[in-house]
Design a protein around this ligand. Structure first.
Ligand code: 6PG
Length: 504
């Protein structure tokens, strides 16, 4: 049994990637420290395979066995938790005899700086390549969005497998071609994978994808709370509204699954399941990394950061329960049916506008990071490979693709006519939603921070003039003047009796 490609780590993602690769005609060698997981993968491959087809997966007992079965140069996909386990497996592969030309592809949600460091550290031992994966369980099995980066020759070598296993988009419509049938992979259409750039860039792009994912999820959650607490609608009714919105400009995978979650009843109590789920959000760190990176780079991404804070405040349940009886809020308002309908229509526009802002933040962040790191990222291609397979897939990404195709150097998506026109048309409804949330005491941190973001960018002047005055007052930090050349620094002697201005 000669294997074309190895997969190490057969958790949900690794097993499904292995089955996906096998479906596309490659022989896969599979290994996991837990032999039960190896057996489960082999059993699933056997069960799903058509009777007339030969086995496509080899279960390995150890890494030496895997290395022996692979054609050279070897390609081994790692699907292990980010951090220490990635180094652990790489070192174990060195001990097992991996060779200089062999390629290891890290598909986890690794911190991008770790990827840069690993590529340098493993040079000469093997080629450390990375390919971030988005799409969850189903994506991994039937077509994820893949964000490869690192050594270009390694990319040339693995590209056919990557293009085969990636999700596909209909080039005419820009819509995903969805077929979830074992043994019948989607081979037609444009694959959702493209070489992103040098080591670390793919993981950076995936990190930002997740930052956008956090914000988009939180926006939908805020809409749910506004409809639930503000209008008193049931989970099912809100599910119906989301289902309706999913037919329009808010069409996205996240909107679709949110509607489905809201419509699900609890098998134990018969109540809507969402009402039985504890309101404490988990997180694994990618949203936080995005927010941190935006602060370090100095690229405003308040909607993404607010989404991370929203998860944090959700976990402080005990404090919230306590404060819910101590802090005053507005009295409940009762709306007429006409007012309710208007509230819902405004909210749809608000969600759209805030969503544009969170994508604008993510794309600008990638652009600024690329400048800093000297990566040349192709944003039209990045938007393209997010149109299917990944968690933030949305028809909306077709417009983003177009915006970057028209202007590859776009400083911010708000500059693209299609978005500036739609936000200009909808912004008043967005403001009404924010005003209603504030007046009704329902938190909507992402929807409202996005308005401030929008208003900040449309402000020719901001109060940073006063801020510079404050800084100069207490710390002699100097300021530039509006009537003098840029870069000239001035200081007022604030503590002197006679305040004099000096050029510094
Ligand atoms: C994806 C997802 C996936 C995962 C993240 C988010 O693109 O397929 O983003 O990578 O769900 O780890 O997880 P948290 O919400 O737990 O941070």
């Amino acid at each position: 049994f000669r294997s074309d490609i190895g997969v190490i780590g057969l958790g949900v993602m690794g097993k499904n990637l292995a089955l996906n690769i096998a479906d596309n005609g490659y022989q896969v060698a599979a290994f996991d420290l837990d032999s039960e997981k190896v057996n489960a993968a082999i059993n699933q491959e056997t069960a799903e395979r058509k009777a007339d087809k030969a086995p496509r997966m080899l279960g390995c007992n150890n890494l030496t066995e895997m290395l022996a079965s692979l054609v050279k140069p070897r390609v081994i996909v790692l699907s292990v938790p980010a951090g220490g386990p990635v180094d652990g497996v790489c070192n174990a592969l060195i001990d097992a005899g991996i060779e200089t030309d062999d390629i290891i592809v890290d598909t986890g949600n690794s911190l991008w700086t770790d990827t840069v460091e690993r590529e340098a550290r493993f040079k000469g031992k093997f080629v450390f390549f990375s390919s971030a994966v988005s799409g969850g369980e189903v994506g991994a099995r039937f077509g994820p969005s893949l964000m490869p980066s690192g050594n270009k020759d390694a990319w040339q070598y693995v590209a056919p497998v990557w293009k085969a296993m990636a999700a596909k988009v209909d080039p005419e419509t820009g819509l995903p071609i969805e077929r979830f049938e074992p043994g019948n992979p989607v081979i037609e259409g444009e694959p959702c994978t493209t070489y992103i750039g040098p080591a670390g860039s793919g993981h950076y792009v995936k990190m930002v994808h997740n930052g956008i994912e956090y914000a988009d999820m939180q926006l939908i959650c805020e809409a749910y709370q506004l409809l639930h607490d503000g209008l008193g609608l049931s989970a099912h009714e809100i599910g119906d509204i989301f289902h309706g919105w999913n037919q329009g400009s808010l069409n996205s995978y996240l909107m679709e699954i949110s509607a489905e979650v809201l419509q699900q009843d609890d098998p134990l109590t018969g109540k809507p399941l969402v009402e039985m789920i504890l309101d404490k959000a988990g997180q694994k760190g990618t949203g936080l990394w995005t927010a941190v990176s935006s602060l370090q780079i100095g690229c405003p991404a308040p909607t993404i950061a607010e989404a991370v804070y929203a998860r944090a405040v959700s976990t402080q349940k005990v404090l919230r329960v306590d404060l819910s009886t101590k802090l005053a809020g507005p009295a409940k308002v009762t709306l007429t049916d006409a007012e309710k309908a208007e509230f819902i229509a405004n909210l749809e526009d608000a969600l759209y506008c805030a969503k544009v802002c969170c994508y604008a933040q993510g794309f600008q962040l990638m652009a600024m990071a690329a400048k800093e790191q000297d990566w040349s990222l192709d944003f039209a291609e990045i938007a393209k490979i997010w149109r299917a397979g990944c968690i933030i897939r949305a028809t909306f990404l077709q417009s983003i693709t177009k915006a970057y195709q028209d202007d590859a150097e776009l400083a911010n998506l708000l500059m693209a006519k299609t978005f500036s026109d739609s936000l200009s048309a909808k912004h008043m409804n967005w403001r009404k939603t924010v005003a209603a949330s504030v007046m009704q005491g329902i938190p909507a941190p992402c929807i409202s921070s996005a308005v401030a973001y929008y208003d900040s960018y449309r402000s020719e002047t901001l109060p940073a003039n006063l801020l510079q005055g404050q800084r100069d007052f207490f710390g002699a930090h100097t300021f530039e003047r509006t009537d003098k050349p840029a870069g000239e620094k001035y200081h007022l002697d604030w503590s002197a009796k006679e305040r004099t201005l000096s050029k510094v």
